[in-house]
Design a binder for this molecule. Structure first.
Ligand code: ACM
Length: 557
């Protein structure tokens, strides 16, 4: 197996010298669907090698030759590709434009770590090994969630993460845009959401049990043009950006901006600030027609910005206490025939699920949405273990697996005392590599509802890009292989071979400037001595149904 991550489905070394990419090597692109990858290769490899990769004919020797090939589509699907390297050049054929692009990622990896730099180093030879690769992904949803609400990630950081996703053949960026601690997307008709809701005066430093505070104001948001740029940059890389507007819980920043969104007959929301501590806020949306209309207005703008078929509306961790105290909420629950106010959460999901369906989109929701009848086309994000995914798939709903016990990248990656602000379970690189997305006990038909999986990066204790890098890498490389590469047989991942390939991959991450966790533990400046976290003991336990929020298993719950 060549040192490629994620491992290709089939790769064979063929006899011969391979091919050396040099100053006279051309780049040929046949057909419409090949031009995106042509542009990307010329820009990326051109910068790294200093070679022009001038346009040439598809029959030229000494060339990288790109084409979308219907025979590859038939054999490997639109995301599949074939790559053949011979002494006359590299032939890359995609099943579709996306497959061609994923093949270009393999080509870049085969050129060695310096192909991940942005300017040429002197004296480099760009030798490609003689290989024949036929490759296609195991899952169609291969995602990373970035929580840009708890700590804002400026636009440049998001674009950089899109490049990092592309390098790992991941194709979904789930952006968690709103939460108690910040609202991060400009909404033209409600400017207060960002004027007041996108910053907080200070921030808890460490887990919420920590006595430490960062007294510096924290904030930021994406303008609508920033979002358009992010979505377009992602599309060029065959990545879908799934927006998340979390409701009816996790909404304190919105209520701080517009106090009338809260349960004003039960609590005074007039002086409410954006939350500066972690944990789940008791401030939840009021179940009123005015609130529904407000969020329909928000979502109209969100739909205009994000072409994603799935629009995620959260639905997790919504404490019912303020609804219990609110005569308006109790009356609404009674009028809807609900047994108690807890059912209002599913009522929100049902309303917006139908609203999205009427506009040709699908509701995405955390697995709490399984508490009520699911709107047509809903996609369940199974986060409290495999159980929600199993239940949803059995009931015929599509699911994305992101169980916190396995792929929450805010969880610590080693047991030692040096892990910065240690949170949650120990999830080593190897643990993530052994993660199996498909819940056991499903029939083949039910398992087809598992669209794929997603690693979730929550940012309560990761205050900047370096801390995010540390938590995400190298584990995202293991995750990428889980969702891309075929499973040899249940439970049979070749950990030793992955470890060998990771030695090369770390050099690529270094060349890209990723502040990944070294195998021996954090560097001194990657530690956070004295900042309390909340480590969980023992191996991760899964129970379904899980304990009700807010005593759920998430370390900040
Ligand atoms: C979640 O972690 N509350 C989805």
């Amino acid at each position: 197996m060549p040192d490629v991550i994620p491992a290709p489905a089939r790769a064979e070394q063929v006899p011969g010298e391979g091919f050396v990419l040099g100053p006279d090597t051309g780049l040929a692109a046949a057909g419409e669907g090949a031009h995106g990858t042509e542009r990307w290769l010329r820009a990326t490899l051109g910068a790294a090698t200093g070679h022009a990769l001038a346009p040439c004919d598809g029959t030229a020797r000494n060339a990288v030759r790109l084409a979308v090939d219907p025979r590859v589509t038939g054999e490997l699907g639109a995301e599949g590709y074939r790559l053949d390297i011979t002494p006359t050049g590299a032939d890359l054929r995609g099943g579709g434009p996306a497959g061609l692009f994923w093949g270009a990622q393999t080509l870049r990896q085969l050129l060695g770590p310096d192909a991940f730099r942005r300017a040429p180093l002197p004296g480099r030879t760009w030798r490609l090994p003689a290989v024949r690769i036929a490759d296609a992904p195991r899952f169609g949803w291969r995602g990373l969630l970035l929580d840009v609400a708890r700590h804002f990630m400026p636009k440049e950081g998001v674009l950089r993460y899109l490049d990092l996703l592309a390098a790992h053949k991941l194709n979904v960026l789930h952006l968690h845009l709103t939460d108690d601690q910040g609202w991060r997307i400009e909404i033209g008709r409600y400017p207060g959401l960002t004027e007041r809701g996108s910053w907080r005066a200070r921030t808890k430093f460490g887990h919420r049990s920590s006595p430490l505070w960062d007294a510096k104001p924290h904030g930021g948001h994406y303008t609508q043009d920033d979002i358009r740029e992010i979505v377009s940059y992602a599309a060029e890389r065959h990545i879908t950006v799934v927006p998340e507007i979390d409701l009816p819980g996790h909404s304190q920043a919105a209520i701080a901006a517009y106090p009338e969104l809260g349960n004003t007959d039960a609590v005074d929301t007039s002086g409410l600030a954006v939350r500066d501590d972690w944990g789940i806020s008791p401030y939840v949306l009021a179940p009123t027609e005015a609130v529904l209309r407000f969020y329909e207005g928000v979502l109209e703008e969100v739909l205009a910005l994000f072409p994603s078929p799935v629009v995620h509306l959260g639905g997790d961790e919504c404490p019912p206490d303020q609804w219990r105290a609110s005569a308006t909420a109790r009356a609404r629950a009674a009028e809807l025939g609900l047994a108690d106010v807890d059912g209002l959460r599913s009522w929100f999901a049902g309303h917006f699920g139908a609203w999205l369906a009427a506009r040709g989109r699908r509701l995405g929701g955390w697995d709490e949405i399984l508490d009520g009848p699911l709107p047509p086309g809903a996609v369940v994000s199974s986060w409290r273990g495999h159980g929600g995914g199993r239940a949803a798939a059995r009931a015929g709903h599509d699911v994305v697996m992101c169980p916190e016990q396995h792929v929450y990248l805010d969880h610590r990656q080693a047991p030692g005392p040096d892990e910065p602000v240690p949170i949650g379970y120990v999830r080593t690189l190897e643990d993530v590599y052994r993660f199996e997305p498909v819940p056991d006990g499903l029939s083949a038909g039910e398992a087809r509802h598992v669209l794929g999986a997603q690693a979730n990066m929550w940012t309560e204790v990761t205050e900047d890009a370096g801390r995010v890098d540390y938590q995400v890498f190298p584990r995202l490389a293991a995750f990428a292989e889980v969702v891309w590469s075929p499973l040899p047989a249940p439970g049979e991942r070749d950990v030793a071979d992955f470890g060998r390939r990771m030695d090369s991959h770390r050099l690529r991450l270094d060349a890209l400037g990723v502040a990944h966790r070294p195998p021996g533990g954090p560097r001194p400046w990657q530690r956070r001595p004295g900042v309390p976290g909340r480590p969980f003991a023992g191996p991760p336990a899964e129970a379904w149904p899980p304990a009700p929020a807010p005593s759920g298993a998430h370390p900040d719950a």
